[in-house]
Design a binder for this molecule. Structure first.
Ligand code: ADP
Ligand code: MG
Length: 361
């Protein structure tokens, strides 16, 4: 277990700045997930912590010691990648012990650590097999075992489940959560999958184009997003955004009208400095629409497609030609395309954003 601290970390490849000044404190034993769209710099940031990329500027400390110039093998970290690259000619046992043998560790200590990792990962029956006789999930467990035997202070995972099929991904997600409960080691885990982030993390770091957009516990980000990017990224299906305009703003209340249906108006308990005429966006999650007449205003939409999943339905609809929304409803089995549908909006379930995408509250 070790704390990890990043202070104004930057990374440039040539003239191009990829990581633009990241400040982050990861507590000892915390499970931190870096999440964000492809290309936002998650792997680059993780590789700088691992020592696989130079840090252009800023400070990295692990367990209080500055690590910028320390060799990767001396940082107390172990990394698991998406492609697990096991040695094909070695058994599971040999693969797991390889780094320790390479480091010159005594054989009985290696045997002890490999046996311990095999027990934790339930690999005992597979120890004498070679990788080609293993399933994808089993290979990934061996790759994790290879990291566990090193007794690192910090585990680094870079999209370790992305090569697995959907069912196995869910299974391994649960295994990794259990592993963290057992080992209690600090984990930094990279994924582009917000569901993985929500289910695994103590702390989520949302990255976008080399900057941190928000840091917080999963449900804090879901309940209290700082901006439209985080609001749209966390939650599935994503939050809907409706164009709106401020009618009045006074005494801690903002009255807004929808741009595409100006008769639809809501008073929101928001004290933000906006004024009449300002363009805003209203955010409403698919699961937060209420029945017509039950909210503070009714919205009329035309249905494009309805997906019936059994327990729930996703209704894809539009408010106007260029404003599409998704409505989740448990009672929509009979909804079909081209239906007109009226749904209720509850002021308490509406998020408001300014024209720059910053949350108003
Ligand atoms: P992510 O893991 O979030 O998908 P990466 O950290 O891999 O993103 O990449 C972030 C950005 O940095 C991308 O635009 C990528 O093309 C660029 N990049 C990554 N590695 C290099 C490199 N060695 N040289 C130049 N650009 C790179
Ligand atoms: Mg990556």
């Amino acid at each position: 277990m070790a704390e990890v601290r990043l202070t104004n970390i930057r990374k440039s490849f040539g003239a191009l700045e990829i990581i633009k000044g990241v400040d982050l404190h990861i507590e000892p034993g915390e499970f931190t997930v870096f999440v964000g769209p492809s290309g936002c710099g998650k792997s680059t940031l993780l590789r700088m912590i691992a020592g696989l990329e130079d840090i252009t500027s800023g400070d990295l400390t692990i367990g209080g010691a500055r690590m910028n110039d320390v060799d990767p093998s001396k940082r107390g970290i172990a990394m698991v990648f998406q492609s697990y690259a096991l040695y094909p000619h070695m058994t599971v046992r040999e693969n797991m012990g390889f780094a320790l043998r390479f480091a010159g560790m005594a054989k009985d200590e290696i045997d002890r650590r490999v046996a311990e990792a095999a027990r934790i990962l339930e690999l005992d029956p597979l120890m004498d097999r070679r990788p080609k006789a293993l399933s994808g999930g089993q290979r990934q467990r061996v790759a994790i075992g290879r990291a566990i035997v090193r007794h690192p202070d910090v585990f680094l995972f870079d999209e370790p489940l992305s090569n697995l099929d959907a069912e196995l991904r869910v299974h391994m997600r649960v295994e990794i959560a259990k592993l963290h409960k057992t080992l209690k080691t600090t984990i930094i885990y990279v994924t582009h999958d917000q569901v993985e982030a929500m289910t695994l993390a103590d702390k989520i770091v949302v990255l976008r184009a080399g900057n941190i957009e928000q840091v917080g516990a999963p449900l804090d980000l879901y309940d209290d997003p700082a901006n439209m990017f985080v609001a749209g990224f966390i939650g599935s299906p994503r939050m809907n955004f409706l164009k709106g305009q401020v009618i009045t703003a006074e005494d801690g209340m903002v009255r807004v009208a929808l741009a595409n249906q100006p008769q639809v108006q809501l008073s929101l308990p928001i004290a933000a400095p906006v004024k009449s005429g300002d363009a805003v966006s209203l955010g409403v999650r698919p699961e937060n629409f209420v029945a017509a007449g039950r909210g503070d205003a009714d919205l009329s939409v035309e249905v494009d497609v309805a997906e019936h999943l059994g327990n729930t339905s996703y209704v894809y609809a539009h408010v106007a030609a260029d404003e599409r929304i998704i409505i989740e409803r448990e009672d929509s089995r009979n909804t079909v395309s081209r239906d007109r549908l009226t749904v209720g909006l509850a002021a308490s379930q509406i998020y408001l954003f300014d024209s720059a995408g910053q949350r108003l509250k």
